[in-house]
Design a protein around this ligand. Structure first.
Ligand code: HEM
Length: 389
């Protein structure tokens, strides 16, 4: 049965192709039917072995049309070659207006292809799937830590003696930076990943408006973040310089799992890693690449490859920074009892300082570093006001 069906099918195919081959000869198209100005080519004129002719690869589009009508490869190769054509736009305003398709490159993680496509491959095949997974994995790890190990509690009763941990200026610098950071983080995450978790809920119209608004918010918050980041770096740099016990602190993981915290100065080695890695190196990288995409860096040629490279650097740096900051935000809020109060009010209880930053408290008590850095206008007599040690 199957055999009989195959024979019938084969005969039908042979008959079909025979008709196709003989059809043009049997009924040539009347000349009047061809639209004026449009030249038609008979596909039967194609020479299948034309590619064996010497110089085939170097043929112009006109030469190719003679041997393989309809094959426009030479024209597209030229368009693809990145060679600038003519454009009347001024070079200063549109540096590559004459180049329709960028030349071939290979960005890390892409194939060798034209730069626009190479950038698209890096973004869609690497940054989005692996970056998104990284954020989810770190979020899950933090949640697991919180529910299995739990927050670091204060060991002992509050003494009521308060120590000034952050001056008013330090807190203002920190929270200004946090405000800009949060706008950037939320808008950045929605722009990169929103189509996976918001678009299905909101629909295209609302999601389009939201991302448009967030893109503008991102562009405004960027320069604010840049300025406040510089202030944060300068303000907090001195106490984040490496000190004697830092290596021991790192090797013992701060003593977080043994339950006995390793003594540290004003900031422990973990905080210093976040400061130098997350705030200084990654922060500056994110800012510089962001300003490049905003076309705010003088002396750069703002063509597509500059934007593509800036975008890839920006994405990698801000994913890593986000991961580090997720750890910092957790430890600064839910993860360490009493830490957030320190950054909110400027004061921590002496027992908190003793447990987390003993060497710093020792220095204050010994008068080696000043206990007051925010100017106090007049001694406060109200009950409940912080008492300085
Ligand atoms: C919602 C976001 C954030 C919260 C809740 C938060 C919370 C805190 C807290 C509670 C501290 C005090 C830690 C201590 O007493 O040792 C702190 C310190 C600090 N934070 Fe944040 N923070 C946030 C975001 C940021 C961002 C975005 C940056 C910079 C990019 C930053 C940079 C710093 C710096 C430099 C310190 C000083 C300690 C150090 O150098 O490690 N924070 N933060």
């Amino acid at each position: 049965m199957i055999k009989a069906f195959s024979v019938v099918a084969a005969l039908a195919l042979c008959w079909g192709s025979a008709v196709a081959q003989t059809a043009p000869a049997a009924a040539p198209a009347p000349a009047a039917a061809v639209m004026p100005g449009i030249q038609s080519q008979n596909i039967a004129d194609v020479k299948p072995d034309a590619s064996e002719v010497p110089g085939y690869a170097k043929q112009t589009n006109g030469e190719r049309a003679k041997v393989q009508p309809g094959n426009n490869a030479p024209m597209w190769r030229q368009v693809n070659s990145g060679v600038a054509g003519f454009s009347s736009l001024p070079k200063s305003e549109a540096p590559e207006a004459g180049v329709l398709i960028q030349p071939f490159v290979q960005y890390p993680g892409s194939r060798v292809t034209n730069a626009g496509e190479a950038w698209r491959q890096v973004r869609n095949n690497w940054l989005i799937p692996y970056g998104g997974s990284l954020l989810l994995i770190v979020l899950a790890a933090i949640a697991l830590f919180h529910f299995k190990v739990g927050p670091i509690k204060v060991h002992g009763e509050p003494t009521g003696r308060m120590v000034e941990r952050f001056s008013a200026f330090e807190r203002a610098a920190h929270w200004a930076n946090v405000a800009a950071f949060l706008v950037l983080a939320v808008s950045g995450v929605v722009m990169a990943f929103g189509k996976f978790f918001l678009l299905p809920i909101m629909g295209t119209t609302l999601f389009g408006w939201l991302t448009y608004a967030l893109k503008n918010a991102h562009n405004f918050a960027g320069p604010l973040f840049a300025v406040s980041l510089l202030v944060v770096i300068v303000t907090f740099m001195r106490d984040n310089l490496p000190a004697k016990g830092d290596l021991a602190w790192l090797l013992k993981g701060g003593g977080i799992f043994s339950g006995h915290e390793i003594d540290s100065g004003r900031y422990n080695a973990g905080e210093k890693v976040v400061f130098w890695g997350g705030v200084f190196v990654l922060g500056i990288t994110v800012v510089v690449s962001g300003l490049a995409m905003d076309k705010l860096l003088p002396g750069l040629s703002y063509d597509r490859s500059t934007m593509q490279i800036a975008h890839m650097v920006h994405s990698v740096a801000n994913l890593l920074m986000l991961v580090m900051m997720m750890g910092h935000i957790y430890l600064g809020t839910l993860g360490t009892k009493g830490a957030y109060e320190g950054m909110r009010s400027g004061y921590v209880d002496e027992i908190w300082a003793e447990q987390h930053h003993k060497l710093w408290l020792d220095d204050i008590k010994a008068g080696r570093i000043p206990a007051h850095r925010t100017p106090v206008a007049a001694p406060s007599a109200r009950s409940g006001d912080p008492v300085q040690v």
